[in-house]
Design a binder for this molecule. Structure first.
Ligand SMILES: Nc1ncnc2c1ncn2[C@@H]1O[C@H](COP(=O)(O)OP(=O)(O)OP(=O)(O)O)[C@@H](O)[C@H]1O
Ligand SMILES: [Mg+2]
Length: 100
């Protein structure tokens, strides 16, 4: 299991969110955040998306975000992928990949 964490432009969020909803991922968490990149031009409003995913969903999810989030100008954001040690679905007690 992996966690995909993407920080994207706020104006790109609606389209990317709609595509992710249709893409077969198990769920996502969204936060409004502020941050800066290497240009250090002050804290800009961004959206952070977090997705717990099976390995087989990772590449296509990253590709979707990369393609749709890119404008080619500074501030397009970042995508990070983490390995998840443990994941639990609280309601059922399922754990691991079946908790995605
Ligand atoms: N090193 C970092 N650590 C944590 N968050 C970061 C980092 N770099 C960027 N971010 C987050 O990503 C957002 C967008 O970053 P940004 O796209 O400006 O990155 P960048 O590396 O400066 O690339 P670019 O040259 O395209 O601007 C920032 O506002 C911040 O929230
Ligand atoms: Mg930047």
């Amino acid at each position: 299991m992996k966690k995909i964490e993407a920080i994207i432009r706020e104006e790109k969020f609606d389209e990317i969110c709609a595509l992710l909803e249709k893409s077969g991922i198990g769920g996502m968490t969204v936060s409004e955040v502020r941050g800066f990149g290497h240009h250090r031009n002050g804290l800009k409003k961004k959206f952070k998306i977090e997705i717990y995913a099976d390995e087989f969903q990772v590449d296509k999810t990253i590709e979707l975000i990369r393609k749709k989030a890119r404008t080619g100008t500074t501030g397009d954001g970042k995508i990070a992928v983490y390995t998840i040690d443990q994941l639990y679905r609280i309601r059922t007690g399922e754990e691991g990949a079946s908790a995605v």
